[in-house]
Design a protein around this ligand. Structure first.
Ligand code: ACO
Length: 403
């Protein structure tokens, strides 16, 4: 009997690293994270400066092209995105095939994947111009796709995008306008949404980006790859955490119950975790969480909600957890999802749409990473190995023995 586990030795060494704790799956020039110092850079620029001085369109251009746009480049890029924001009318009909109570992420996985059926030139991923065209389409259409998922869910007519509005304005318009009434745009709320988009735009090789890269490594078309990324993002340990975090705050309900939930999260016999806490890479404050907390203050002040119950609860929960030995020793800090749900709730966005907005923001990161991989002449199909732990090679017993 040959122990086939030893066969690996013949084909060279490989590492066994469940969850890729210390294995780089790719090299990339796009985003840098220093998890110990709490630093996040897009193409070398600190996230704090981008959030303060740029808008989401600047950041999209930066992630895709490596440099911030000149004003001329920005106008041209912005116009291109606007020109691609509509959905094909046949694709709009696609929505009615879903149950009304379907989660928006379920619709988005389907509708984004279905874009493959409309843009056949995208199948030719060797053509750089086609790749760029697909990237424009995806960045432009995701807000329309997400807002239509919302309108479908609540039973209102779809609101089409407008070319005189910015990216963030357009999304709020498509979400909240109704045919009989304009949505009144508030610049503070628009800025808050734009900031959410900037903070979620890319985050190097997280689970959904790695999924996009792995799917794309086989030569799959970009719409199918982004659809795979959306599916992965949906999980509560990843993009679904902002929704889970707000639900958790609602469930805690009152400052007096925080301790009960902290004790639950610390109990190793209970799988419960504090949502919005901890990160695979950040072992310090997630810089995005600090910016999101700042945005929370701005939005709640603007709306006269300084005493917002959930915000107060979140601040107190953060304070208690950061003084607790369990969280200190494991370096568990609030991540971006901890405060983003409170901001989105204040904008009037229902909880079930939070992850869809994350997907809309992350699309530019996914397409930039996919494009970077495909343009690399040395890229290969991703094909992880495994550590086989099954039965070693054996012979099928005789019929008599099998009885
Ligand atoms: N609450 C309580 N304990 C936690 C938490 C938490 N939120 N997060 C991690 N821990 C504990 C683990 O139980 C483990 O403890 P142990 O060493 O005693 O066994 C230790 O901290 C390390 O945790 P791991 O699961 O090994 O960390 P990993 O890097 O695999 O997971 C993750 C990171 C998934 C983000 C995790 O912290 C988590 O589940 N957090 C809650 C969900 C969340 O907020 N996700 C959003 C991530 S950010 C994003 O996607 C935008």
């Amino acid at each position: 009997v040959v122990d086939i586990r030893t066969l690996h030795a013949k084909s060279g060494m490989f590492t066994y690293d469940p969850g890729y704790i210390s294995t780089a799956s790719s090299s990339s020039e796009i985003t840098f994270i220093d998890g110990d110092e709490g630093i996040l850079l897009y193409r070398g620029y600190p996230i704090e400066q981008l959030a303060a001085q740029c808008d989401f369109i600047d950041v999209c251009y930066l992630l895709m092209n490596g440099e911030l746009p000149t004003s001329e480049q920005k106008t041209s890029f912005d116009n291109t995105i606007k020109n691609h924001s509509m959905l094909h009318e046949q694709l709009v009909k696609f929505y009615t095939g879903f149950r009304r109570d379907a989660h928006p992420m379920a619709l988005m996985v389907g509708v984004v994947g279905a874009l493959s059926a409309f843009y056949h030139e995208a199948m030719d991923i060797t053509n750089a111009a086609h790749r760029e065209q697909s990237a424009f389409r995806l960045i432009a259409k995701l807000p329309t796709i997400a807002a239509m998922a919302y309108k479908y869910n609540i039973g209102q007519p779809f609101i089409y995008p407008r070319n005189n509005l910015s990216y963030a304005e357009n999304f709020l318009h498509m979400m909240f306008a109704v045919p009989t009434e304009e949505y009144k745009l508030n610049p503070v709320l628009v800025r808050a949404l734009d900031r959410i988009l900037i903070l979620h735009a890319d985050h190097e090789q997280n689970a959904s980006t790695s999924t996009v890269r792995l799917a794309g490594s086989s030569g799959a078309n970009p719409y199918a790859c982004i659809s795979a990324g959306i599916a992965c993002l949906w999980g509560p340990a990843h993009g679904g955490a902002n929704e889970a975090c707000l639900n958790m705050l609602e469930e805690i309900g009152d400052v007096s119950r925080i301790d009960e939930y902290i004790q639950r999260a610390k109990n190793k016999d209970d799988p419960y975790r504090l949502m919005g806490f901890g990160h695979r890479v950040y072992k310090n404050f997630d810089p995005r969480a600090k910016l999101m907390r700042e945005t929370c203050h701005e939005v709640l002040n603007e709306l006269g909600l300084q005493n917002d119950r959930l915000f107060k609860l979140a601040l107190q929960l953060e304070k208690i957890a950061l003084e607790d030995e369990y969280f200190i020793s494991r370096k568990l800090y609030p991540n971006v999802d901890f405060y983003s749900g409170i901001v989105q709730r204040a904008l009037g966005i229902p909880t079930f749409m939070f992850t869809a907005i994350f997907a809309m923001a992350r699309t530019v990161g996914w397409v930039a990473q996919w494009s970077e991989m495909i343009s690399d002449p040395n890229h290969r199909i991703g094909r992880p190995r495994q550590l086989y732990t099954g039965i070693t090679m054996r012979n099928i017993p005789s019929a008599a023995l099998r009885k």
